[in-house]
Design a protein around this ligand. Structure first.
Ligand code: SF4
Length: 285
């Protein structure tokens, strides 16, 4: 069974997207040093985590990110990196070519639509970097946040990237957290999401595109998942309820408790009520 954790390895970022989940004061967050990160990777491996998704912030801004990825590779941990693609130059090709790494580049539509959402003129650079990484033999994917801003033109965007050998495209919807807290007006309604998904599946099959598409509506399902914050705090998150449980520092003991509760959902309600009762360590974002 794949047991995974999402690690917000840094809160630093070189963009300022309109829907970013990271808080506005992200640059103030404490960040783990290399030694602490490698120690936590040992804990993750020992506790049975076999997949880590690195996000942020922008993970490639960490000066030691190559060291971190190499350690994951040596430990046999599958790795996905979610990156905005700006720094994804040739210097990264070799590191990202390991078979167990998927590099997922965030592109949110055609040039003007993407650039207006990330508030920077970077579409051409990011697309070039994605294509070049794909040609180098790395496993690449695209991450796209769907909303009213891009739903009408999403097929044009897919045509633009149709020549890239993508592992998959992940479509996500808005999560009302961080900077997206008040973006309800640009979110799609439930019916619209379903119609769009059906339409895209049908269209992609008809056109004959090779890549897989996946849709994730995190706020739709009441499923807790594990997050590791940039300062090493372990959190059980739930986008459906928007109520997260701050478990504490990422020690082996806390990891085992959190993994048991997330991967054995029968335990989760007991765990949740224990935490509520014991220390009120439940926080709302
Ligand atoms: S969404 Fe990602 S790329 Fe955009 S500001 Fe947030 S961390 Fe940076």
């Amino acid at each position: 069974m794949q047991k995974k954790i999402c690690w917000r390895i840094t809160r630093r970022c070189n963009l300022s997207c309109i829907f970013c989940l990271a808080s506005e004061n992200q640059y103030l967050d404490r960040e783990l040093n290399t030694r602490q990160v490698l120690l936590i990777l040992d804990f993750l491996k020992n506790c049975g985590i076999n997949k880590v998704t690195f996000s942020g912030g922008e993970p490639l801004l960490r000066e030691d990110f190559r060291t971190i990825l190499s350690a994951c590779y040596r430990k046999g941990i599958d790795t996905t990196i979610t990156t905005n693609g700006i720094l994804l130059n040739e210097a990264w090709h070799e590191t990202l070519s390991h078979g167990n790494i998927v590099t997922k580049v965030s592109i949110h539509g055609t040039k003007s639509i993407h650039d207006s959402q990330v508030r920077a003129n970077i579409y051409d650079l990011v697309l070039d970097n994605l294509k070049s990484l794909s040609r180098s033999g790395s496993k690449v994917a695209v991450n796209c946040v769907l909303s009213r801003l891009n739903s009408e033109s999403i097929k044009v965007f897919l045509e633009e990237i149709s020549d890239v050998a993508l592992d998959h495209i992940l479509f996500q919807y808005l999560i009302y957290r961080g900077r997206a807290k008040n973006l309800h007006s640009i979110d799609l309604l439930k019916d619209e999401k379903e119609k769009l998904e059906d339409d895209l599946f049908y269209w992609i099959e008809k056109i004959g595109y090779k890549f897989n598409i996946k849709f994730n509506d995190y706020a739709k399902e009441n499923i807790p998942y594990l997050i590791l914050e940039s300062d090493g705090t372990l959190v059980i998150a739930n986008d459906y309820t928007s109520k997260d449980i701050k478990v504490g520092p990422c020690s082996e003991k806390n990891l085992i408790k959190a993994i048991n509760s997330v991967y054995n959902l029968d335990n989760f309600s007991v765990f949740q009520s224990q935490y509520n009762h014991m220390n009120g360590d439940l926080f709302h974002q």
